[in-house]
Design a binder for this molecule. Structure first.
Ligand code: FAD
Ligand code: NAP
Ligand code: SF4
Length: 679
């Protein structure tokens, strides 16, 4: 595929973007601390070197009231210029362009100085905002303009005004949060006034040869959001005020509709960008769940937009564009939309990185240095081709070591082969495809269907042996656990017949995944169609109602499920901050009964007897599925590896084999990469 539309330059008259790929704004955490700007520059430099047309930075507040967190990143004085120039110089050195995102959090700020259109508290911050006075609005408009002018002086090619996702300008725009009765409230013309004044003022101070992207909410997905007709009025007014291009915003952060997690169909919201494109003359950037060059190219070819925004896909692979341009699409490390290392980190105030690419955000710290000519390449055996072993094998081979990778199974991928069978997690197959491409590229000797044991190891001569043998599912000692009505999650995901009534033991990530799997009607095509998904979540893509919400279609689950855990408290509390609520909402809608504080007493053909709050009861179910965590398999790892036999190999252990508790693919892949970088 040639990606003709995606790779076409965009001539804006005074400047040209080299292609249509926009790296959407991602808050990495590095922009908030001045001492991290060198690291941030390295992060952007790699993406610019990888061919991105336009990079948009993480959100920078125009003033202190607009901080998302206390002491967040700002650009409001000449003293900030030095840091920001590090970023713009790094990107320009690689032939890229960069725009600063100006983000005023409004009532989403998690700090006491928060302001908004009206004093309406948000459900996601404990701080109640103060309504801006008219003088406060005028000052805010000036602050935006000052920030934009400073951005221009710092060498940015433009700015993006964050007007969506429920932040300040979106708060002014919608009746949900704008209860004002002055000239900034009431009619849509009044509600959009602050946004129009900001764009006009920015244009006035920055001149006509400066990119001004406006990120406009095309569907708010909250009650009291705007209608499509209002959104078009806003877009046309902002275009007249001087916007260079519109970026697509989808849903407020407080919306109860998922917009970017794995289960959202790819490009689910693209029809909205297409409609905006038909209503304005300036270019439109299409966004949300676009993670492959094929999808991006198709959207542009179909006229859904003029550019494509991808944020997480460029965390996952900085060379996304170069690989597409060179016909190496199969080598792209695809973002699987898990949110585990990017958004979940951001929400925990940790630096954002990527589950499938642990170098993201750590470009200066985790370096895969090729072996120097004089260095002897080592012979390395990697036992286990799960995420940990694949990561170690591919990085070690890329650096120049001679690697042999063993797996007992018939395919590479380890537990990802099970994860990708869960409805909404089909993207996990992309990670296996990526690793296969790297094994091929770097000449790893792959030996499948080869179970390594101590004699096989003793007969071989490796410099290093990496034990990445993963885990075995835990089988709790419950009387009757060996009965024919008990299955492990592995059996279930591999297709074992399951009854109509089911109790799932264990409510960790896998308990939730298996429950979703069991609620799915076998025989239905995966992934789910966009229309079915929109009905399931009550999304009206025509946005004829305020916020684009419609009644949710009632669920017709094929099974009755109980999901059980021993500890007291909400089930799924340990799931990711940005994805756990989606899993919980899905199970609740499908009538799954979730019980905490459960003791498992016995299993027999009737079902399972449990005790809870001092009372015993039988759950009369046909099948019991065990998802009770896992235990490490590390028999091949010597008990005293610190004292290897003379001339024997150095042993290492990573991933689930090292520690099964709190294991996830993020840790497995990171440990593999870090070890291989050190070899
Ligand atoms: P494994 O994936 O278990 O791989 C070990 C490999 O070693 C296997 O292929 C095995 O065949 C091989 N092996 C074992 N012994 C030998 C031997 N003696 N010789 C040769 N080969 C051997 N994690 C997340 O982070 N996010 C998720 O959303 C997520 N979802 C999941 C959903 C499901 C349904 C499941 C089952 C897991 C999920 N996980 C998820 C967990 C994730 O898959 C694991 O954390 C990860 O696979 C662990 O990687 P690993 O390489 O350590 O072990
Ligand atoms: P897990 O998250 O550790 O959950 C194990 C569950 O089993 C818990 O509910 C635990 O709760 C229960 N349990 C533990 N020991 C038990 C015992 N002896 N008897 C009965 N119940 C027991 O592990 P997992 O669900 O197997 O997942 C494995 C890893 O994959 C996890 O680290 C997870 O992060 C990752 N994963 C992530 C996702 C995701 O969406 N991010 C999805 C799937 C998997 P109680 O002890 O309270 O009963
Ligand atoms: Fe994508 Fe997951 Fe990486 Fe985030 S952590 S960029 S969602 S693969």
């Amino acid at each position: 595929m040639s990606y003709r539309h995606l790779l076409a330059p965009l001539d804006l008259g005074y400047t040209t973007l080299r292609n249509r790929v926009v790296m959407g704004s991602m808050h990495t955490g590095m922009e908030d601390r001045f001492w991290n700007y060198a690291k941030l520059a390295a992060y952007f430099r790699e993406r610019a070197r990888g061919g991105v047309g336009l990079i948009i930075t993480g959100g920078i507040s125009p003033n202190r009231e607009g901080w998302l967190l206390p002491f967040g990143g700002t650009l409001n004085s000449v003293f900030d210029l030095h840091n920001h120039r590090k970023l713009t110089e790094a990107v320009h050195a690689e032939g890229g362009k960069i725009a600063l995102q100006i983000l005023h959090a409004g009532r989403y700020g998690y700090q006491p100085m928060v302001v908004s259109a009206s004093a309406v508290k948000s459900p996601i911050s404990k701080f109640k905002p103060r309504a801006l006075t008219e003088a406060g609005i005028a000052r805010t408009v000036r602050d935006y303009a000052r920030c934009a002018r400073l951005a221009q002086r710092a060498g940015y090619d433009g700015i993006e005004i964050m007007g969506s996702e429920g932040y300040l300008l979106n708060q002014f725009l919608c009746p949900r949060t704008n209860l004002r009765t002055d000239g900034y409230g009431g009619s849509i013309e009044n509600r959009m006034r602050i946004a129009r004044e900001i764009v006009e003022r920015v244009r006035a101070v920055c001149g006509s040869e400066f990119i001004v992207v406006y990120r406009l909410s095309l569907i708010d997905l909250v009650e009291g959001g705007n209608t499509w007709d209002e959104t078009v009025l806003v877009a046309q007014a902002l275009e007249a005020a001087g916007v260079t291009m519109f970026n697509t915003g989808i849903g407020w952060h407080e919306a109860r509709v998922p917009t970017i997690v794995t289960s959202v169909p790819r490009a689910a919201f693209a029809p909205l960008s297409a409609r905006l494109k038909a209503a304005v003359r300036v270019p439109v950037i299409v966004s949300n769940r676009i993670n492959t060059p094929e999808v991006a190219e198709r959207l542009l070819a179909e006229g859904a937009g003029d550019l494509v925004s991808m944020a997480r896909p460029l965390l996952a692979d900085p060379d996304f564009v170069v690989k597409a341009a060179e016909g190496r699409t199969h080598e792209i490390n695809t973002c699987i939309a898990c949110n585990q290392a990017c958004l979940d980190h951001t929400f925990r105030n940790q630096r954002a990185t990527c589950l499938v690419n642990p170098r993201a955000g750590r470009e200066t710290e985790l370096v895969y240095r090729p072996l120097a000519h004089a260095a002897r390449s080592r012979t390395v055996a990697v036992i286990g081709a799960g995420p940990a072993g694949l990561s170690a094998a591919t990085v070690a081979a890329a650096r120049g070591h001679r690697v042999t990778l063993f797996d007992a199974g018939a395919t590479i991928g380890g537990q990802f082969n099970l994860a990708m069978r869960v409805p909404g997690k089909e993207e996990f197959a992309e990670t296996i495809r990526y690793f296969q491409s790297q094994l091929d590229r770097h000449g790893v000797d792959v030996r499948l269907q080869t179970r390594v044991d101590a004699p096989l190891l003793a007969a071989s001569h490796y410099d290093d042996v990496i034990v990445a043998t993963g885990i075995a599912p835990r089988r709790p000692a419950i009387p009757g656990i060996d009965g024919p009505n008990v299955l492990s999650y592995v059996d279930v995901l591999l297709g074992a017949p399951v009854g109509r009534t089911v109790a799932v033991i264990g409510a960790g990530g896998i308990g939730f995944d298996v429950s979703e799997f069991l609620l799915h009607r076998s025989g239905e095509p995966l992934p789910q169609s966009r229309e079915a998904w929109l009905d399931e979540w009550g999304v009206d893509l025509d946005v004829t109602t305020r916020g684009g919400l419609k009644p949710v279609e009632p669920a017709t689950p094929p099974r009755e499920l109980w999901l059980l855990q021993r500890k007291a408290g909400k089930l799924g509390a340990g799931l990711g901050k940005t994805s756990g609520w989606v899993h919980r909402a899905t199970l609740i809608r499908n009538g799954v009964r979730m019980l905490d504080g459960v003791s498992y007493l016995e299993i027999d053909p009737r079902g399972i007897r449990i005790a809870r709050n001092g009372e015993e009861q039988w759950l009369e179910v046909e099948t019991i599925v065990v998802c009770a965590g896992q235990e490490s398999m590390r028999d091949l790892y010597p008990t005293a590896p610190a004292t290897p036999a003379a001339n024997g190999p150095r042993f290492h252990v990573i991933g689930g084999a090292a520690l099964a508790t709190e294991l996830d693919a993020k840790r497995a892949i990171r440990e593999g990469a870090e070890l291989a970088a050190r070899l």
